[in-house]
Write a protein that binds this ligand. Structure first.
Ligand SMILES: Nc1nc2c(ncn2[C@H]2C[C@H](O)[C@@H](COP(=O)(O)OP(=O)(O)OP(=O)(O)O)O2)c(=O)[nH]1
Length: 409
């Protein structure tokens, strides 16, 4: 690997070194630069105005942690070839290139049923062709097809460099300090046994802290009720635009957004029609915000009211319940909104949304976090931890939301 490097100053980790050559070529690549125009936590800035950081910053941070992790593992006698080290660093730099603007929102509206992981992989394969196969090993690791499985776990697992970076970074930019984690200590405690990642037993408390911090960040930041309501408004807006488009109603849109509004793209179409990927990589947060600004004066009342609400942060009101929201409550609200806005019941339904969100913070059945003791015994964190009630963290928590247009008395 080259010793010449670029140094980038990052507010979370300080100076990040990027070796010139393949890794720096990836950082400069238009597909990575596109991530400078996509916010990491979508619409969370509606609650935490500082959360303006991008997927690009996150990718660099995760890359930095990956470099530290590789150094630590090598210093403990785990043999890692330079080619493997470069490939796993390339894989983490590229892991998020498939994100669209407001990723989860888009997955529910204009690019239905295609996950960002699938798109990341499609794009990596496309880049690999352009780069004469230099990414083949990175792709093998990303797909979990490489025998040293710990390399894949560092990119995508319960304790991957993705999570270690985003928890620290999102906590820094939101100001939610309880979400911070000791990433440096966790990395120092990492080791490998039978090609799998393990954590030295001294690191148990840092892992407990990591799991509780993640739980806190999910409920207090990512799934904060106001940010869920704002997301639902955006979903309703895009769905309304998609309903108007095939009726021939003119909608302002960038060429990329226009393609997704005027064509119904499902999973099969995404894989079969090369235009989908071509237009997808032209999309970023700006396409959506610009459309919303213009739509806020559209003659369609539903589209303009929702768009104006998005632009002016006039967020849906929201209530949370541990029980499903009754159909009667939904009908009653829809009726009131239809009367107040003087629109039909079907139009008013865009102003009422009842999502439910289910999340568990640790799934031992998935890819466990394994603790290794001095005598070589390995235990899953769920068994190893004496303090933390992991069974509670593994339990799925489900919350029901009702989000609706505020009614003026
Ligand atoms: N505002 C908002 N942000 C979210 C939501 N879900 C995830 N995020 C943010 C929090 C993190 O910065 C990042 C983590 O999710 P990603 O989709 O990037 O990755 P992934 O699904 O691999 O994360 P995971 O492995 O489940 O922890 O995205 C959401 O529903 N709303």
């Amino acid at each position: 690997m080259s010793y010449e490097r670029k140094i980038i100053n990052d507010p979370v980790f300080g100076f990040i070194n990027i070796p010139k050559g393949l890794l720096y070529d990836i950082v400069r690549h238009p597909l990575l630069q596109r991530l400078t125009r996509i916010k990491q936590v979508g619409l969370s800035s509606v609650v935490y105005p500082g959360a303006q950081h991008t997927r690009f910053q996150h990718s660099l941070g995760a890359f930095h942690l990956m470099s530290e992790a590789i150094m630590q593992l090598a210093s403990k006698g785990n043999f890692i070839f330079d080619s493997e080290s470069e490939a796993v660093q390339a894989a983490i730099l590229l892991h998020d290139i498939g994100h669209g603007p407001f990723s989860h929102v888009l997955e529910d509206t204009i690019v239905k049923g295609v996950s960002h992981e699938e798109i990341s992989l499609m794009l990596m394969e496309q880049m690999n062709k352009d780069m004469n196969g230099q990414l083949s090993l990175a792709i093998q690791i990303f797909k979990d097809e490489y025998p040293k499985r710990f390399l894949h776990q560092l990119v995508s697992g319960q304790l991957d460099m993705d999570r270690l970076d985003y928890l620290r970074r999102d906590s820094f930019y939101t100001g939610v300090t309880e979400g911070n984690i000791g990433s440096a200590r966790i990395i120092k405690m990492l080791d490998v046994a039978d090609d799998h990642l393990v954590v030295e037993s001294k690191g148990i408390y840092s892992i407990e802290n990591f799991l509780t911090a993640r739980r806190l960040m999910y409920w207090q930041v990512y799934l904060h009720k106001t940010s869920v309501a704002y997301e639902r408004m955006l979903i309703s807006t895009l769905l309304r635009a998609k309903e108007l488009a095939p009726k021939g109603i003119e909608l302002f849109a960038s060429p990329a957004l226009h393609f997704f509004l005027y064509n119904d793209i499902d999973h099969t179409a995404f894989y079969q029609n090369p235009d989908c990927l071509k237009y997808f990589i032209q999309l970023d947060d700006n396409d959506i915000w610009t459309a919303l600004k213009v739509w806020s004066t559209h003659s369609d009342k539903v589209l303009s009211t929702l768009s104006l609400g998005m632009i002016n942060r006039d967020v849906f009101k929201v209530e949370i319940s541990s029980e499903p929201i009754s159909e009667d409550r939904k009908k009653e609200l829809t009726l009131q909104i239809s009367q107040q806005l003087d629109i039909s019941l079907s139009e008013a339904s865009y102003f009422v949304s009842t999502p439910s969100i289910e999340k568990n913070m640790y799934d031992p059945a998935d890819d466990s976090i394994d603790i290794i003791y001095k005598d070589g015994t390995i235990k899953n964190i769920a068994e190893a931890s004496d303090m933390l009630n992991i069974s509670l963290l593994s339990k799925k928590v489900k919350k029901y939301y009702i989000c609706y247009q505020r009614l003026h008395r």
